[in-house]
Design a protein around this ligand. Structure first.
Ligand code: TYD
Length: 191
């Protein structure tokens, strides 16, 4: 299975992806790999400041192409499960919702890249104010995207909610365990 986890910064993707990978490996008896994006050019991308949204888009797509080639596709071809934090919908939510590129234009570009579609997409939906306050508490919160603030998070969040094909988990009022229980329940239906 190829599973992606999406959501704004501070929604709890890493925590849930870790729990999910441990559970899924036990449940399916199939090796389960956790990964994330940006991956291949991560430091370069996260430290780039003042670049145009179009450059950003192309960097994230290049990053994805490499990530697929080096990690995701070899693991899937071995028959392993792959859980990836962020994928195509991050590009739509951030570069379009967040940074103003046209959504159908970017959807077409992504479609022409022919990146494989995930089997399951999970969206962790959370109140942007709550997520933002968590981000500010982190030590490493000074990268380009996080420093752009709450209004960016709100636009990104709205854009995510308009995308399709997700299991949406509304996390704002839930504890970590409750969020995970919901994810598990939804995945059980698909196994
Ligand atoms: P990261 O520190 O990995 O944030 P998080 O832990 O919340 O995933 O930073 C990744 C940042 O890159 C995040 O702010 C979203 C942004 N991003 C895009 O703008 N477009 C993309 O296609 C991807 C994959 C990430």
């Amino acid at each position: 299975m190829f599973i992606t986890i999406e959501g704004i910064d501070g929604c709890g993707k890493s925590t849930q992806s870790k729990r999910l990978s441990e559970w899924l490996e036990g449940r399916t008896h199939v090796k389960t790999i956790r990964t994330y994006e940006p991956y291949s050019f991560r430091e370069f991308i996260l430290s780039s400041r003042g670049i145009s949204p179009m450059s950003e888009l192309l960097l994230f797509l290049a990053d994805r192409a490499e990530h697929l080639k080096r990690i995701i596709l070899p693991e899937l071809n071995e028959g392993h499960n792959v859980i990836c934090e962020r994928y195509n919908d991050s590009t739509l939510a951030y570069q379009c919702g967040g940074h103003g590129l046209n959504l159908s234009y970017v959807k077409n570009i992504i479609a022409s890249c022919k990146f494989p579609e995930p089997d399951v997409k999970i969206l962790l939906e959370i109140n942007p104010e709550l997520a933002y306050s968590r981000v500010l508490e982190r030590h490493n919160s000074q990268d380009k995207f996080e420093s752009e603030g709450l209004s960016l998070m709100k636009r990104v969040s709205d854009c995510y909610l308009n995308l399709e094909g997700y299991i949406v988990i509304h996390c704002s009022d839930m504890k970590e365990d409750e969020v995970f229980a919901k994810i598990k329940l939804e995945l059980e239906k698909r196994l």
